[in-house]
Design a protein around this ligand. Structure first.
Ligand SMILES: NC(=O)c1ccc[n+]([C@@H]2O[C@H](COP(=O)([O-])OP(=O)(O)OC[C@H]3O[C@@H](n4cnc5c(N)ncnc54)[C@H](OP(=O)(O)O)[C@@H]3O)[C@@H](O)[C@H]2O)c1
Length: 276
């Protein structure tokens, strides 16, 4: 299908990767829809011209169905050719101290919401024999990091759904891909939810890890670079199962094949200032 004929829904198009992607797709002439938890707060300079902004809070279990319901897209949900599940929460905290409610919210936002939204666009895609779903994961799913257990697990869960569902859907011309970015300079560090008990025995470790993480993100690749990889996946006649971009990919994946798992984990920890 010609790029300009595509109707694309990108979640979380108000900053970072989502914003860069929305700009790129709009410039290509696609019909672009995107989401924000609060589109009313956006002033005209926050909006990309020609792009439609819809309300979606993925942490609300009803969020995707409300978006697809009569007060949202209604029947138009069936017209979506491409869904990019980009919106996400970044969370940190020692495994022992993560509040259950925070982990629940993270999984609603990063896993259950994107899964439900994908289910809602699939009937239309299958009927037309064409569809693309991109799950924006994270390299932390492939290389988990201390004090990022919930986030690493949420992105690994999303990848599991996508990889299995791909095998169900490709016979219908619907391709699901995972894009795993490394560090991207989007300022996500300032929006990260952080959990740490008072007098936590992990405090020094967490602070070291966060310092390195934030420094890596600040010197990370541009969101436009990630957007370009997502566009490649969208326009490919046979999108790949998995794309990795940033943090010197594919090097870490090649190393992971060659080195023992334990050593690879030590390298990941060392890159974040942690000696293991
Ligand atoms: N930045 C990195 O280094 C990095 C690395 C690997 C993977 N990633 C992943 O890449 C994706 C984009 O990251 P980014 O750095 O571009 O993030 P970002 O700049 O913080 O943007 C996140 C977007 O998601 C939306 N959002 C946040 N919480 C939401 C919720 N509960 N429900 C619905 N929308 C929500 C925000 O919109 P509103 O605030 O308007 O609602 C915003 O548009 C995320 O999935 C992230 O996990 C990022």
């Amino acid at each position: 299908m010609a790029e300009s004929a595509l109707t694309v829904l990108v979640t979380g198009g108000t900053s970072g990767v989502g914003r860069a992607l929305v700009e790129t797709l709009a410039a290509k002439g696609c019909t672009v829809l995107t989401t924000s938890r609060d589109p009313d707060r956006l002033d005209p300079t926050d909006r990309v011209p020609g792009v439609r902004y819809l309300r979606l809070d993925l942490s609300d279990p009803e969020g995707p169905d409300t978006l697809a319901g009569p007060g949202g897209l209604g029947g138009e949900i069936g017209d979506i050719d491409v869904l990019v599940n980009n919106a996400g929460e970044s969370q940190s905290g020692p495994f022992e101290e993560l509040p259950a409610e925070a982990v629940d919210r993270l999984f609603r936002t990063n896993v259950f919401g994107p899964v439900r939204l994908s289910q809602l666009v699939l009937p239309g895609m299958r009927r037309r024999g064409f569809g693309r779903i991109i799950m924006v994961g994270s390299m932390l799913a492939s290389f988990p990091l201390a004090h990022r257990s919930s986030y690493s697990a949420s992105k690994a869960a999303l990848r599991g759904f996508a990889t299995a569902a791909r095998q169900e859907l490709s016979p219908f011309g619907v391709w699901i891909s995972v894009v795993e970015p490394g560090s991207i300079a989007t300022g996500i560090g300032s929006r990260r939810t952080k959990y740490l008990d008072e007098d936590s025995p992990y405090a020094a470790d967490v602070s070291t890890m966060l310092e390195h993480l934030d420094a890596n993100e600040q010197s990370g690749i541009s969101p436009e670079k990630v957007a370009a990889v997502i566009v490649d996946a969208i326009v490919s006649p046979r999108p790949r199962e998995f794309y990795a971009v940033g943090s010197r990919a594919p090097l870490p994946f090649l190393l992971a094949r060659a080195l023992p798992r334990g050593l690879m984990s030590k390298i990941v920890a060392a890159q974040h200032g942690l000696r293991r």
